[in-house]
Write a protein that binds this ligand. Structure first.
Ligand code: ADP
Ligand code: MG
Length: 238
């Protein structure tokens, strides 16, 4: 677990500010959702926290450490992508174990960890299969398991359910919420779907056009939106 702090974080692409000096506190152990319309800067923000994108200005602190200069592998975070990013030729086991490879984890330790995580996400009987032999939901679980096996303090998820059908998406929402409770790690979850945000998050961060509009618990956001944008986006009564 770790708290994540953003201080005046800015990202500029080709003279265009897409993240405009945002301040944000993500509490230790929270399920924080970044929500907002397409193009508002959610993925860029998440990628800066992950270290996949540099910051143009500002500071990112994870736990006690300023991480601006640290590569992704040294940040104690794990990212789950929308398109799973699984290796098609590797078995489910190897896909999950992949995250441990470059850490010098022994084969034996690796096996214990992979089996433990596979059990949690319900993949125990699928470890020998290839990704192509799995359903969309099972592939998404492999992607999750690959992040979990590293036991990071912070999970970063960018629209991880957007490729799933509605039924599976609902099921995975419930599973992710219970996984969060079970792990007690800090989750930062990006979605453009306000329903998903409101049902999953304990802290919702509403973004628009590179800025943070409001940070609040779901009920507070709904009952006391601070501006018209938030009210309309969340669908609060007028
Ligand atoms: P969101 O995830 O909220 O949909 P993004 O963070 O992906 O938004 O993008 C925010 C803005 O930054 C968009 O206008 C997008 O086109 C732009 N952008 C994102 N990545 C790059 C990049 N690598 N180069 C140039 N512009 C980018
Ligand atoms: Mg995005």
């Amino acid at each position: 677990m770790a708290q994540v702090l953003l201080k005046q974080v800015t990202k500029t692409f080709q003279n265009q500010q897409v993240v405009k000096g945002i301040d944000l506190m993500v509490p230790d152990g929270s399920f924080t959702v970044l929500v907002g319309p397409s193009g508002c800067g959610k993925s860029t923000t998440l990628r800066m926290i992950a270290g996949l994108e540099t910051t143009t200005a500002g500071e990112i602190v994870i736990g006690e450490q300023t991480v601006n200069q640290l590569p992704p592998g040294k940040r104690d975070v794990a990212m789950v992508f929308q398109n799973y990013a699984l290796y098609p030729t590797m078995s489910v086991y190897d896909n999950i174990a992949y995250g441990l490879r470059n850490r010098g984890t022994s084969k034996k330790e690796c096996k214990v960890l992979v089996e433990e995580i596979a059990e949690i996400v319900g993949l125990t009987s699928y470890l020998k299969r290839k990704p192509s032999q799995l359903s969309g939901g099972q592939r998404q679980r492999v992607a999750l398991a690959r992040a979990m096996v590293k036991k990071p303090k912070v999970f970063l998820m960018d629209e991880p359910l957007s490729n799933l059908d509605a039924k599976l998406r609902n099921q995975m929402r419930v599973e992710l919420t219970s996984l969060h409770k079970q792990l007690g790690s800090t989750f930062i979850y990006v979605t453009h779907d306000q329903v998903e945000a409101m049902t999953m998050g304990d802290q919702i961060v509403v973004m628009n056009d590179g800025d943070i509009m409001q940070v609040a618990a779901p009920m507070d956001l709904y009952q006391e939106p601070e501006n018209l944008f938030v009210a309309q986006f969340i669908g609060s009564p007028a």
